[in-house]
Design a protein around this ligand. Structure first.
Ligand code: ZN
Ligand code: ZN
Length: 314
């Protein structure tokens, strides 16, 4: 029997690219995007009674959990097997209550968070790493449920989880190392990271994230057909994907960012002990403090003094 599925959405909520997108042709406003994302979420919930969702937002400089609402415990966002979730009173009687909760809860939370953004500097990159980390922690908690209170009951099976990341801005190379750590954690948890790219900016690290975790990468060319892309490319769960051709990138850019200046490098120097990457030869690794022999430095064209200052100021 297949397991239930958990879908975790990560929304890039940077206000500047969203304003640009809402004035591009064809336009895609944040509100129109959210409406389509909600249909996608509801489609996932409708596939199976035990399916669950979580949504995290990456705002400039900070990340927030948008759904399930804080303080509702990790069983929320997930319907209880064989019964209705409690506390679902109110709302439109013609709407399935789980859809209604997700719709209202998410819309109001996003509006609240975006409205509180006014003082933020425009060029602050979105905290994608923070949102990704929160999402992975949430998935890790779902994967390790506490033992049931009554030992005769079987523990509920942990769901198959996947992450869909909606990106509207370019990579922040400053965040290379924590971002790679997130990818490794996702690999360990066997969580594919799907990337849905809504604008045309360059995202090397997101290519790597989807490639290394076995997720899909889709650049939305026709924004007016967003919902169709979402349901065709991202709705299938991890088990079903084994028999489907999920869209990926033909070419993946595997360049890394140097640890000293956090810039993407074509050719770098790698510490033989801890595999840290540097753009110039250094006398001492800034991560593990291994000292390299002056002969080796000279062979690579670096000087011991120059290299040393590079290594320690990093
Ligand atoms: Zn560097
Ligand atoms: Zn090292």
């Amino acid at each position: 029997m297949s397991l239930p599925a958990h879908l975790s959405l990560i929304l890039d909520l940077s206000p500047v690219p969203w304003t640009a997108l809402s004035h591009s042709t064809p336009p895609l406003s944040l509100r129109a995007f959210l409406a389509q994302a909600l249909v996608f979420l509801n489609a996932h919930l409708a596939l199976r009674n035990e399916n669950s969702v979580s949504v995290f937002g990456a705002l400039p400089g900070r990340s927030v959990g948008l759904y399930p609402p804080p303080g509702r415990g990790h069983g929320h966002g997930r319907r209880q097997a064989g019964g209705e979730e409690e506390g679902s009173g109110g709302g439109d009687e013609n709407t399935f209550h789980v859809f209604g909760q997700a719709d209202e809860g998410l819309m109001s939370r996003v509006e609240e968070e975006v409205a509180g953004l006014e003082e933020v500097e425009e060029d602050t990159p979105p905290a994608l790493v923070g949102a990704l980390t929160k999402s992975l922690c949430y998935i890790n908690r779902l994967s390790n449920p506490p033992p049931p209170l009554n030992p005769t009951n079987a523990a509920p099976a942990p769901p198959h989880a996947r992450i869909v990341l909606f990106s509207v801005s370019q990579d922040a190379s400053m965040a290379y190392i924590p971002f790679m750590n997130c990818i490794f954690s996702a690999q360990k948890l066997k969580v594919p990271i799907d990337v849905c790219k809504l604008d045309d900016s360059e995202v090397i690290f997101l290519h790597q994230a989807s490639h290394l975790t076995g997720g899909a990468f889709v650049h939305i060319d026709q924004r007016e057909a967003l919902l169709q892309y979402l349901s065709m490319c991202f709705l299938s769960e991890t088990e079903t994907r084994k028999t489907l051709a999920v869209p990926t990138q033909d070419k993946v850019d595997f360049r890394a960012a140097c640890f000293c200046h956090k810039e993407i490098v074509d050719i770098g120097y790698v510490c033989s002990v801890c595999l840290s990457i540097f753009c110039t030869p250094v006398a001492q690794c800034s991560t593990c403090h291994t000292k390299f022999s002056p002969d080796t430095l000279l062979r690579f064209g670096g000087s011991a003094t120059n290299g040393h200052s590079n290594g320690t100021t990093a």
